[in-house]
Design a binder for this molecule. Sequence first.
Ligand SMILES: Cc1cc2nc3c(=O)[nH]c(=O)nc-3n(C[C@H](O)[C@H](O)[C@H](O)COP(=O)(O)O)c2cc1C
Length: 318
Amino acid sequence: MMDWTDRHCRFFHHQLTREALLYTEMVVADAVIHGARERLLGFDDSEHPVALQLGGADPGKLAEAARIGEAFGYDEINLNVGCPSDRVQSGTFGACLMKTPVLVADCVAAMKAAVKIPVTVKCRIGVDEQDPEPALDALADGVFAAGADALWVHARKAWLEGLSPKENRDVPPLDYGRVYRLKARKQNKFIGINGGIQSLAEALRHLDHVDGAMLGRAAYHTPGILTGIDAAFYGGTAEPFDFAALIDAMADYAARHIEQGGRLGHVTRHMVGLFHGLPGARRYRQILSTEATKPGAGPQVLKAAFAEVDFGRTAEAA
Ligand SMILES: Cc1cc2nc3c(=O)[nH]c(=O)nc-3n(C[C@H](O)[C@H](O)[C@H](O)COP(=O)(O)O)c2cc1C
């Protein structure tokens, strides 16, 4: 998610779940090819498994960008066919590609030919006046014929004119049934679902119908829910999560980032919702939003914020 799932966010989320596949922000193929690669693509080894999401509509450029991503060590390359922002529309990529499934298939074929790692696509069920039945089928048929390893579907339309990017994540109604029907047609292909999933229990219910569930905003705003993923989905042990060890790891990470010229707030801004619902979470949040953003703030600010959280009492008792 752009501006959210940067490398610091992914490092943090990976402390909460070792198994879940994390995605980068969308990076435009041209930027990968011509931009400051280390800044755009660099990540910590501990982030695996991690997928690089690309934006673009030129098969040759996407192939080149995918090759660069593979060489950087990414585990998967994902093509964005779902982002409705104005900037993206003007570059003819993102959600407007729902209207040109043959071009999307060409892009996937070129990327597949360029790399050995999986190539996947994330799309909508349709855009504008499209009927989601044929529109999603055409997109899916094309990308799977081109060799795509998975299709993730944000289960709502995008309206390219008239709605802001933010509204396009909320206003068009969710239609999970449309994604389930796609899966029923594509028994032997990986179909994942996204959009509006608030909890791991909801994610689990989707797995009765599709192969994967992707969380966006819920994962970002309430990252504590990620601590249940490894046990619920990957056969991990359901031991109580060690939040003190997490904060130590994040403080060490932040110290390294600060040593390299970064700021504490770059790291802690992603951690604000961690203790959502616990006594002391408000004070923790306040410290991260004020003290931790000040120039010169050090990792001890994170530790001081954590000291405010009271694991001994329930939220109701507070
Ligand atoms: C701030 C923000 C940035 C986003 N950036 C991207 C992006 O770069 N690529 C993408 O595929 N989706 C992006 N999305 C959409 C989410 O991945 C997801 O499809 C959408 O929010 C619906 O899922 P959710 O209800 O679980 O959040 C973004 C969403 C938000 C809130």
